[in-house]
Design a protein around this ligand. Structure first.
Ligand SMILES: Nc1ncnc2c1ncn2[C@@H]1O[C@H](COP(=O)(O)OP(=O)(O)OP(=O)(O)O)[C@@H](O)[C@H]1O
Length: 338
């Protein structure tokens, strides 16, 4: 298992910073999501770790080995890592076994050992018995698992995944989430994956590095980013919720003139994040009017308009009439840091 350390890494394309001054440590055996909106620099960061891009400044280390720095850049094939591209990059004219065996052949490993290792890797991705199938005859999800097996077969302890669930339908995504979690458990590899989908990051990762405009906004566990977002960008990107104006004082926090339970610190006018699960309807409390009510299966996602004109989202068990006047209490809010 390998620790990956990026220190003050920047990557410029012309005058544009794709990645700016990124310092993160990805612990041994961690499963990290590089998360952020389109164009935030997450793919560039993955390519920097892989060695397909060279940093303009800063250093990248695997354990104590310098991989990239001002005067040095180790070639991708010498970094001893596995990467699964979004396109899967399989050889169409080879069968499944030959695709998976490819990196072992390139290393001159003997036939018997190759067969054994290919069988083990295919078993890990639930494709045992698919050895002789042509990759052209496989579904998108199966192709992705072949690409994953090809990456696992070398026994690498760093695995990089580029948008691993992007090309899969909803049901396959759920199945692949289980496979990735299982592979992480079985290999103990340090895994880094790129996603723009916050629900994927929450479901899969044990650490999230949230990026915007090439810069790290917050690094932490999914629970930390959900419960205690470092700024409004993270608060707005992760999970559902509403950002509202409030007044914080030493003796409590007021929203719409009423006391609410707020965590975090701040003084005077602040912004608070309120998750839907923290809002309760009642006979008294903050006044609001139903603006929207949408069926989601388990409940109704309801949006209220408050007297301030701000909107607040909550889940209700029943459909509420548009325009209905209601009251609510807020039993948890997070004061978004300055
Ligand atoms: N080879 C390149 N040449 C010039 N600009 C580039 C190059 N690669 C990336 N960029 C720019 O760097 C910025 C970050 O791009 P990057 O692909 O890393 O973002 P991303 O977060 O992965 O986006 P997406 O989710 O849309 O793939 C963008 O402004 C992009 O246009």
């Amino acid at each position: 298992m390998t620790i990956i350390t990026l220190d003050a890494v920047s990557k410029q394309f012309g005058s544009n910073f794709a990645v700016r001054d990124v310092s993160v440590t990805l612990p041994k055996g961690s499963f990290t999501a590089l998360l952020g909106p389109s164009g935030c620099g997450k793919t560039t960061l993955l390519r920097l770790i892989a060695g397909f891009e060279q940093p303009t400044s800063g250093t990248i280390q695997f354990d104590t080995r310098l991989m990239a720095g001002p005067t040095l850049s180790v070639a991708p094939e010498k970094r001893d890592l596995g990467i699964v591209f979004q396109s899967y990059a399989l050889w169409p004219h080879m069968d499944v076994a030959a695709n998976v065996a490819y990196p072992l052949r390139a290393r001159g490993i003997g036939r018997a050992e190759i067969e054994q290792r290919v069988a083990r890797a295919l078993d890990m991705v639930s494709l045992a018995g698919f050895e002789q199938r042509s990759v052209d005859a496989l579904s998108g999800g199966q192709r992705q698992r072949v690409a994953l097996a090809r990456c696992l077969v070398t026994g690498t302890d760093i695995i990089l995944l580029d948008e691993p669930l992007a090309n899969l339908d909803v049901h396959l995504r759920a199945a692949m989430l289980d496979i990735f979690a299982d592979i992480h458990r079985r290999t103990g590899a340090t895994i880094v994956f790129v996603t723009h989908d916050q629900s994927e990051a929450l479901a899969l990762a044990d650490r999230i590095v949230m990026l915007d405009h090439g810069q790290v906004q917050q690094t932490g566990t999914p629970q930390q980013l959900y419960a205690e977002p470092a700024n409004a960008t993270v608060a707005g990107f992760i999970g559902r919720g509403s950002i509202l104006a409030a007044q914080a004082a030493t003796d409590g926090t007021l929203l719409a003139g009423r006391p609410i339970n707020a965590r975090g610190t701040g003084k005077g006018p602040v912004q608070v994040l309120v998750r839907p699960e923290a809002v309760r309807l009642g006979d008294t409390g903050i006044a609001g009017q139903v603006a929207r009510c949408r069926y989601t299966g388990a409940s109704y996602e309801t949006v209220l308009t408050l007297a301030s004109g701000e909107t607040l989202m909550l889940d209700t068990p029943n459909r509420l009439d548009i325009g209905a006047a209601i009251h609510l209490t807020i039993n948890d809010a997070w004061i978004i840091p300055g």
